[in-house]
Structures are given as structure tokens and as C-alpha cells.
Design a protein around this ligand. Structure first.
Ligand code: HEM
Length: 528
């Protein structure tokens, strides 16, 4: 097939039909009229038949066009320059951040336009529209972050890159995080870190659950990413990381002394340490005599063994720090919120305790250590974590930027505008979740058909969080050891929702160690 045929496929079809036509006519010996005469005679008939059909086609095409083009959803751009940002932020600081959306949903529907953080924005609180946005690739939408964050992440960060390279890194990391080998390693480490840290908890002393969870999760994360054990270098990394993230939401000014500058310097120091680790690993790999190298134990091992040659040491070391951003805070917050909701819901706590005590006793009778799949098979514990993710909305929503005009469900998202897929409004929508503000882990037993678009704490599409299993596993291990070893009383504290979700006071609890003689409170007494 030549280029011409590719460029104009209709020309070859036309030729094909003209050949049949000629052939038919010339083979007929009974044709009473010449071709021009016949054409003249048939023309009005053709017109009669064709005109209504053509009109119908034109109407259908217009309808299709009108549907496809869609319209920019109604809404308000608010004040000049700041748009509606101040109202958004003031709602975000309140206990009900979704109230900003609720007011506009009433007036304009689930999808509306606004002007947030310096950009015209389409806000979607519609599960289907949000799913469409998340599932679209970089030909339609790219991630959108504040300028300070872009500076800190660098251009090769997995959180920013698009296309084949993003898919490659995401695939490699995702497969590694799903591997039972990593889950076993994390389970063993987390168990030993949790036991070690809980052994220092004294009866009656206030323990800040958020700080404890943060410390544990950071150790697990750093070991899983770069293979570091707790020690001097881990401590160095922890301090530098705190300095680094302090600049994530700062003014985008890079002059010496500014917040952003200090954060960039901290990142440089961390990257140097990671590069040293990469070099050591590469040297060790070269000495490995089977040519394949050892079984990967951390993400660096996975990425340096990638045969594509696309993953340079600079890219890997930068990404090791960037990978900590979505993981470092979210898992501790998940753990802390679960403890808070359980403290407020004695019935749920009781059932969780029962399920975990039963597993602990069974395993100790068998003289076996708990494995990762033991934790993941605790169905009520998983429902508690699911419900915490729904109600807590650790990541309330995701920003994308349209790189072309995109139409979805009749709404037009113009090129250059941002789209804010706001999960929180979907997770708290009373038409999807009965009594949405109530912590009710039992709802997940009945919700057999929870469509993925109504429950998206880990996002969706090509950027679906690759750490979702690990987050659940770490939370399950922490909760297991907490409820099987301690009872506690939580002090009054408050959930803060902005700029990140957390407990204002770190959730202080006063624990009492369970003794051998400890007896669970009878279920009936808890219910009453
Ligand atoms: C409760 C815990 C967590 C929550 C709620 C959470 C949530 C999310 C969400 C909503 C996204 C999608 C971002 C987007 O579409 O732009 C995401 C992406 C991501 N998460 Fe998580 N995450 C959690 C834990 C983790 C953990 C433990 C890791 C492991 C290191 C991790 C690594 C990542 C990475 C690397 C991405 C970016 C993926 C990409 O852009 O290709 N997350 N996370």
C-alpha cells in the first residue's frame, strides 16, 4: 500500500466502486437508455430520497457536535487575582472543608467553575467526572502542583513526569510494593520496631500516637526505598527530610535564607547520601557473579537493575526523596485517625480487639509469628481502615491541568485550566454513604458493590497510589499490636484538615498495659 492510499483511503474505495459500476452497465445488453439519459431521469428520484436522509444526517451531526463541545460549567471566578481562594482556604481550615463545595453544589451542581490558587479551575465533586479525569493520560491532563513544590521535586520526579517513563517507574515500583517478598520484610521490620517502641510506653504516661506512628513509618519507608537500617544515617535523613518538607508550601523564592532555599539545600544533602548508597550497590552488583545480581530488597535495587538504561543515578536518587513525599505523612495520619475513630467508637474497638486477640492466640498456640497475609486477612480490621480512609480523607483531592479542551458529561474543561477532583465530597455524599459523617466500619460488609469511582482515597488511573497495600499493611500491624497489648484513654484533640490532615495535638493517649489476667469487657456491656 502506497502513501497515497494511506493519505486518502476514500480514493481507493471510490475507484473500486466505479469499476463495479462500469462493469455492470457494460455487461447489460437490455439497457434502453444511454448513461447520461438515465442519470437525468434518476436524479430527481435520488434527490427525493437523499434529501431527507441528508437532513437527518446533518441534524444528527449537529447534535453530536453540540454534545461533544459541551459548555464550561457555571460558577464564579470570585474576586480579581485571588478568585475564590480565600473562601476555599477558610473552609479548608474549618472542621467541614467540604462546605465550600456544598454551597456551590447547591447553586451550580456537582461540577462548577471557580478560580483557585491563581488558576481558573473546574471543581469536580462528581465521581464519574473525577474518574474520567484520573483515567485520562497526559494527552489530556498533567499533574498540577504549587510552584514551590515543583522547584523541590525537580523535573524528573515520578510525581511530575508523564508518558512512557512515568509508566515504567510506576510499574517497577508498584510491582515491587506488591511483592510478597517486600511485604514479608516490612512485616518483620514493622513488628520488631513496633514491639521495641511500645515496650517503652509506661502506664498512665501520655503517648502521642501521631509522633509514634511517624517515627515507625519513616524507618519502614527508608528501609523499603533505599535499604537503610535505623542508625546515624537514618537520623540524618529524618532531620534533613523535615527541613525539606517545611518548604513544600512556601513562597517560590530561591534566594539564600528563604524557606525554599533551605529546603533545596536539605534535598541536595539527602541526594548525596542516596547517590553514595547507589554507588555501593552498583559496586556490589558488579561483584555478583551470576550476572543478574541479588534479589531486590529495596526500590534502589529494583531501579538500578532496570535494563532500559533510562534510569540514571541522578533520576533514581532524586526520585528516592520525592517518593517519600506521598508516603511519609499519609500512613502515620491513617494510623492516628484510626486510633481516634476507634477511641470514639467503643463498639468498633471491641470488635477489632476480639478479632486481633483471636488471631494472636491462634498464632501463639501454633508457635508461629504473624505473616503479612495474617494481618491482611483480618476482615473487620480492614473495614476499619477502609472506613478511616473514607471519613478521614487524607488526600482530599487532586489537581490536574488540561493540556487541551476536554469534554466530559457535557462539561467543557478548557485548555490551560485546572481541574480539581475533590474526593472528600464524594466520600461524604449522603446519596452514596448513609449517615456519611458517622464512623461505621460495618457499612463495608453490606457495600458489596462499591464502585471504584465512589471510593478513591488512593486516586485512580495511571497514577493510582502504588503504596496502597503497604499503607494498609502498616496500619494493620500497628493496630494489632496496640489493641492486643494495651487499653487506652484518648485525650480531647481535634482533626485539622489544612494544609494537610492531622491531629492538632498529635492525639495524646494514656495507655495501660494488658496483663495475662486482662479480660475483655463483655460485648453486651459495650453495646449498652
Ligand atoms: C494512607 C496512605 C496513602 C494515601 C492516602 C495515598 C494517596 C495517594 C494518592 C491519592 C495518589 C494519587 C496522586 C495523583 O493522582 O496525582 C498517590 C500517589 C502516589 N503514592 Fe500514595 N498514598 C498513600 C501511601 C503511599 C505509600 C505508603 C507510598 C509508598 C512509598 C506511596 C507512594 C505514592 C507514589 C509514588 C505516588 C505517585 C504515583 C505516580 O504519580 O505515578 N503512597 N497516593
Amino acid at each position: 500500500m502506497g502513501l497515497c492510499n494511506l493519505a486518502n483511503p476514500f480514493s481507493s474505495i471510490a475507484k473500486h466502486f466505479s469499476h463495479i459500476h462500469t462493469h455492470t452497465i457494460s455487461n447489460s445488453s437490455h439497457v434502453p437508455l444511454s448513461r447520461p439519459h438515465m442519470a437525468l431521469l434518476l436524479a430527481p428520484l435520488f434527490l427525493l430520497l437523499l434529501l431527507p436522509a441528508a437532513a437527518m444526517l446533518a441534524r444528527a451531526r449537529m447534535r453530536r457536535h453540540r454534545d461533544r463541545v459541551g459548555v464550561v460549567p457555571s460558577g464564579s471566578f470570585g474576586w480579581p487575582v485571588v478568585g475564590e481562594t480565600l473562601e476555599f482556604v477558610s473552609a479548608a481550615y474549618s472542621p467541614r472543608p467540604e462546605s465550600f463545595m456544598d454551597r456551590r453544589r447547591e447553586r451550580h451542581g456537582k461540577v462548577f467553575k471557580s478560580h483557585l490558587f491563581g488558576s481558573p479551575t473546574i471543581v469536580s465533586t462528581d465521581a464519574e467526572v473525577s474518574r474520567f479525569v484520573l483515567q485520562s493520560d497526559a494527552r489530556s491532563f498533567v499533574p498540577s502542583y504549587p510552584k514551590s513544590l515543583l522547584e523541590l521535586m525537580g523535573s524528573s520526579s515520578i510525581l511530575l513526569i508523564n508518558g512512557a517513563l512515568q509508566r515504567r517507574i510506576h510499574g517497577l515500583i508498584g510491582a515491587f510494593f506488591k511483592s510478597s517478598q517486600l511485604k514479608s520484610q516490612i512485616t518483620a521490620d514493622m513488628q520488631s520496631y513496633v514491639r521495641c517502641s511500645m515496650s517503652t510506653w509506661a502506664d498512665g504516661q501520655p503517648i502521642l500516637i501521631q509522633n509514634q506512628a511517624k517515627h515507625l513509618v519513616f524507618q519502614i519507608l527508608v528501609k523499603g526505598l533505599i535499604g537503610l537500617e535505623p542508625g546515624k544515617e537514618m537520623l540524618f535523613l529524618k532531620q534533613e527530610f523535615q527541613e525539606f518538607i517545611a518548604g513544600l508550601m512556601s513562597l517560590p523564592v530561591k534566594l539564600p535564607g528563604t524557606r525554599l532555599y533551605k529546603s533545596l539545600q536539605a534535598k541536595k544533602r539527602m541526594v548525596m547520601l542516596v547517590k553514595k548508597i547507589i554507588e555501593e550497590k552498583r559496586r556490589r552488583n558488579r561483584n555478583w557473579n551470576d550476572g543478574i545480581g541479588p534479589i531486590p530488597k529495596d526500590v534502589i535495587d529494583v531501579l538500578i537493575n532496570d535494563p532500559s538504561g533510562q534510569l540514571t543515578d541522578d533520576l533514581i536518587s532524586d526520585n528516592m526523596i520525592d517518593l517519600m513525599i506521598p508516603a511519609e505523612d499519609s500512613v502515620p495520619v491513617l494510623i492516628t485517625l484510626a486510633v481516634k475513630y476507634l477511641s470514639d467508637s467503643p463498639l468498633a474497638l471491641r470488635q477489632l480487639e476480639e478479632e486481633n486477640m483471636e488471631l494472636k492466640e491462634r498464632k501463639s498456640q501454633l508457635e508461629e509469628e504473624l505473616e503479612w497475609n495474617d494481618y491482611m486477612s483480618l476482615s473487620f480490621t480492614q473495614d476499619v481502615i477502609t472506613e478511616t480512609l473514607r471519613l478521614g480523607n487524607i488526600i482530599g483531592g487532586i489537581m490536574r491541568k488540561a493540556v487541551r479542551d476536554v469534554e466530559v458529561k457535557g462539561h467543557l474543561i478548557p485548555k490551560g485550566w485546572c481541574v480539581f477532583t475533590y474526593f472528600r465530597s464524594v466520600h461524604l455524599d449522603d446519596s452514596i454513604y448513609e449517615e456519611p459523617m458517622r464512623f461505621n466500619p460495618w457499612r463495608w460488609k453490606e457495600m458489596v458493590d462499591v464502585s471504584t469511582c465512589s471510593f478513591t482515597p488512593f486516586g485512580g488511573g495511571q497514577r493510582l497510589c502504588p503504596g496502597l497495600d503497604l499503607a494498609r499493611l502498616e496500619a494493620s500491624i500497628f493496630l494489632h499490636h496496640l489493641v492486643t497489648s494495651f487499653t487506652w484513654v484518648a485525650e480531647v484533640d481535634q482533626v485539622v484538615n489544612f494544609p494537610t490532615v492531622r491531629m492538632k495535638g498529635g492525639l495524646p493517649v494514656r495507655v495501660t498495659k494488658k496483663t495475662e489476667a486482662w479480660e475483655p469487657i463483655p460485648f453486651a456491656r459495650v453495646q449498652s
